[in-house]
Design a protein around this ligand. Structure first.
Ligand code: GLN
Ligand code: ZN
Length: 759
């Protein structure tokens, strides 16, 4: 019998119940018991939902109050010393303190989970790190499900993945060397799970899809040799997000009872996996996309399942989503505003589980013909729908030439731009947004609900822009911004104005902790029915003699922060967006806005997980940016902006964007980032951030002068711009005003030094 399995279910609740409860708990509005009871209800609901969807292998311990890696840190007692934890088990407040910081202890770092938009809390390890069992959550939640009559397969983050995702504190050592210290805790957990009655455990080792060092490979072998011996329960090692590639033999040789592979991202690996897998090993085939919202073409999804069954026999095959459904919204049935046709193309977590069950039944010879016919019909309708296909967009994309991605050399552009803008040395600017105050958000919400007329809303935005422009002039900023008061979000704002995009009401996915995002859906050929930003940027420009920067979100970021159509290469979608943006750039220029910033904060996070795939991605990503930017005259200055990442290893691609000016986040790394720009001899202009906007702290002038002094040491003075790390929308005016005033003072001081030195 082929079984239907799941690897993980979203924990946030269909109406964001977990967010509401957690945040209320943080504010002291509800008790711990209230929070626990909401969590318990959500878990019960999720387990029952999965059972009712026909899933035989249901996960437990996939629930988390914040993050599964942080849960693992609690499980193995690796609480950093600054949190003063000494008890037997990590209590909820210590747990939240690690994630969010506490008055006396700063928060642990957070970073992206592989190539997703989910962030995990980065473990911190000391060279003499002790591990001990400090949370019995995996066992507790297994028993909780059991009490409801539901047999589950507990999920753990694997020991080697856990160590590899951590950071060595206080000295350079490889965290993977801590494996021997860590394994006893895992052995204990497995034994307790077995005692509690678990017959299987799912251990996630997604690092198996990365390029691994010899030490890491050895660690994986050691870990599973020991864990397999430790307990009487069976282990399934789960891999996802990519092909096993060079690690296939390693994965197949681990002495475990089951292996999960992602056949959505990497369908071609099936043959090799079937050849390599051990004689008794169960194979879990991830054929339903856990990372996207498209309904499966069941006929197509069934093929690899059949192939696996033919080779291994039904007893040894499980059908599953490609990865945990954590990365998928929960329930399409809650969407009331999407039309029936469009909904028939989608599947959220609940619907995906139904697909998994249908496939398992079909592979066992009990196909639900009606359901298959329905899926077939929907897939065919989607393929040929006029809503998706816009011949004009396709023709335009096909006609793109390399000329369209080129501007004249930077030196030439610079001459024209110097003449256009008359900027002082070390020009000051900001990254685009000003504080999104409560009032700004309320007015926008009221306008959306129809409680505020368009005229009243426009008057409000105009007044906000007027004030922002006046204030920037007053404090002496050189290149102004309009403040982005009219924008909800840098991707959503543009998505709503473009054709080919759709939005859900409840399609939330966890980004980190209680922060969830609702990515737009790019379902069709993308085009721009009309100008998107000319009205407000034009208005702002009319209020000043100084240069006003137009502000756009770049094609790669538009792609990266959305659910993207799966019926054409991502490159094609990115370039369609680029063409739409190109028109916007040209329109801004025609409206006399000759400084235009195209933000690409997500450029780096689009990098494939395997190095060998980087070049192909970077090539088209850079081309998409250049396509959007290159329709303007040499005298028009293109800016770009990046943040949240290290750029050292992709610096040549960043230079390849050929933006006239790039502003980047550097202040937290104390300008370390600039090393890359120096080594590479970055040819164009750079604004290394001097104000860490992620902190409520207001930096003073001398701190910013120090950072600038570092920049001056390594860059040519005429290359340098002075700006914050990122947009200011999350800050309040009370912080922004003094900080930017000091920033302008710091730039002025530097100008003076520079002028004196030149005399
Ligand atoms: N222009 C955007 C802003 O200022 C950039 C945001 C970002 O980089 N994430 O808000
Ligand atoms: Zn930024």
């Amino acid at each position: 019998m082929v079984t239907a399995a799941n690897l993980g279910f979203p924990r946030i609740g269909p109406k964001r119940e977990l967010k509401k409860a957690t945040e209320s708990y943080w504010k002291g509005e509800i008790s711990r018991a209230d929070l626990e009871s909401t969590a318990q209800q959500l878990r019960a609901q999720n387990w029952t939902l999965q059972r009712d969807a026909g899933i035989a292998v249901i996960p437990s311990n996939d629930f988390s109050f914040y993050d599964q890696v942080l849960d693992t840190t609690a499980m193995v007692g690796a609480v950093p010393p600054r949190f003063g934890f000494a008890g037997d088990s990590v209590d909820l407040d210590t747990y939240f303190a690690m994630a969010r910081g506490r008055d006396d202890a700063f928060a642990m770092e957070m970073t992206k989970w592989f190539d997703t938009n989910y962030h995990y809390i980065v473990p911190e390890f000391a060279a003499d790190q002790d591990f001990r069992l400090a949370s019995t959550k995996p066992v507790d939640q297994f028993l909780e499900a059991k009490a409801l009559g539901i047999e589950t397969r507990p999920v753990l983050v694997g020991p080697v993945t856990y160590l590899k995702l951590g950071k060595a504190k206080g000295g350079a050592f490889d965290p993977v060397t801590l494996l021997d210290r860590l394994l006893p805790v895992y052995e204990q957990v497995l034994n307790r799970l077995a005692e509690a009655g678990a017959s299987w455990v799912q251990i996630d080792e997604p690092i198996l899809v990365l390029d691994l060092s010899e030490a890491e490979k050895t660690a994986l072998k050691t870990a599973y040799e020991r864990l397999a011996k430790a307990a009487s329960l069976k282990i399934l090692v789960a891999t996802y997000f990519e092909a096993l590639g060079d690690n296939l033999d390693l994965a197949a040789s681990l002495p475990v009872a089951g292996l999960h592979v992602d056949l959505k991202r990497a369908p071609d690996q099936l043959g090799a996996v079937l050849d390599a897998i051990g004689d008794d090993t169960v194979l879990s085939v991830g054929v339903i996309d856990g990372r996207n919202i498209w309904r499966a073409d069941l006929d197509q999804a069934l093929e690899p399942v059949k192939t696996a069954v033919a080779k291994l026999g039904g007893e040894r095959v499980q059908v599953a989503p490609s990865c945990s459904l954590l990365h998928s919204p929960i329930d399409l049935d809650n969407e009331e505003k999407l039309d029936a046709e469009f909904k028939s193309w989608l599947a959220f977590a609940k619907q995906k589980l139904r697909e998994v069950a249908l496939l398992a039944d079909a592979a066992a010879g009990k196909a639900d013909e009606a359901a298959f016919a329905d899926a077939r019909k929907a897939a065919a309708a989607r393929r040929s729908s006029p809503r998706i296909h816009d011949q004009a967009v396709k023709d335009r994309l096909a006609a793109v030439t390399s000329e369209m991605m080129k501007r004249v050399p930077f030196a030439e552009r610079q001459k024209a731009q110097v003449a256009n803008f008359h900027l002082p040395p070390f020009p000051t600017t900001t990254i685009g947004s000003f504080p999104q105050t409560k009032e700004v958000r309320q007015k926008r919400a009221a306008f959306r609900r129809g409680e505020l007329t368009a005229a009243d809303y426009d008057a409000f935005v105009q007044a906000a822009i007027d004030e922002a422009v006046r204030w920037q002039e007053e404090i002496g900023i050189d290149a102004l911004v309009h403040g982005e008061f009219e924008r909800n979000d840098m991707v959503e704002y543009f998505g709503e104005l473009l054709d080919g995009y759709a939005f859900t009401q409840h399609g939330w996915v966890q980004s980190y902790g209680s922060r969830y995002v609702k990515p737009p859906i790019i379902f069709g050929d993308v085009s721009r029915p009309q100008p998107m930003t000319v009205k407000w940027s034009g208005y702002a420009a009319s209020k000043t003699e100084r240069p006003m920067k137009g502000m756009l979100t770049g094609p790669v970021t538009m792609l990266q922060w959305a659910f993207v159509r799966d019926d054409q290469p991502r490159e094609a979608t990115a370039k369609q967006i680029a063409l739409a943006l190109r028109d916007e750039v040209v329109d801004l220029e025609a409206a006399n806005i000759k400084m235009i910033q195209i933000d690409e904060p997500a450029l780096r996070e689009g990098l494939p997980l395997k190095r060998k795939d980087w070049d192909a991605y970077l090539n088209w990503a850079v081309e998409a940016f250049r396509l959007s930017a290159s329709g303007v005259a040499p005298g028009t200055q293109i800016h770009t902006h990046m943040c949240y990442a290290e750029f050292n290893d992709i610096i040549d691609s960043i230079a390849g964007l050929d933006a006239d000016v790039i502003s980047i986040e550097t202040s937290r790394s104390d300008m370390e980032l600039l090393d890359a720009f120096v080594k590479f001899q970055y040819p164009n202009q750079i604004g290394p951030g001097v104000y860490d906007i992620h902190s409520p702290r207001v930096p003073n002038r001398s701190e910013m002068e120090n950072l600038l002094a570092k920049a001056v040491r390594v860059l040519k003075p005429e290359q340098i711009w002075v700006n914050p790390d990122c947009g200011l929308k999350t800050r309040g005016w009370a912080e922004v005003k003094p900080a930017l005033e000091s920033m302008v003072d710091a730039a002025r001081a530097l100008r003076q030094q520079y002028a004196q030195a030149a005399e």
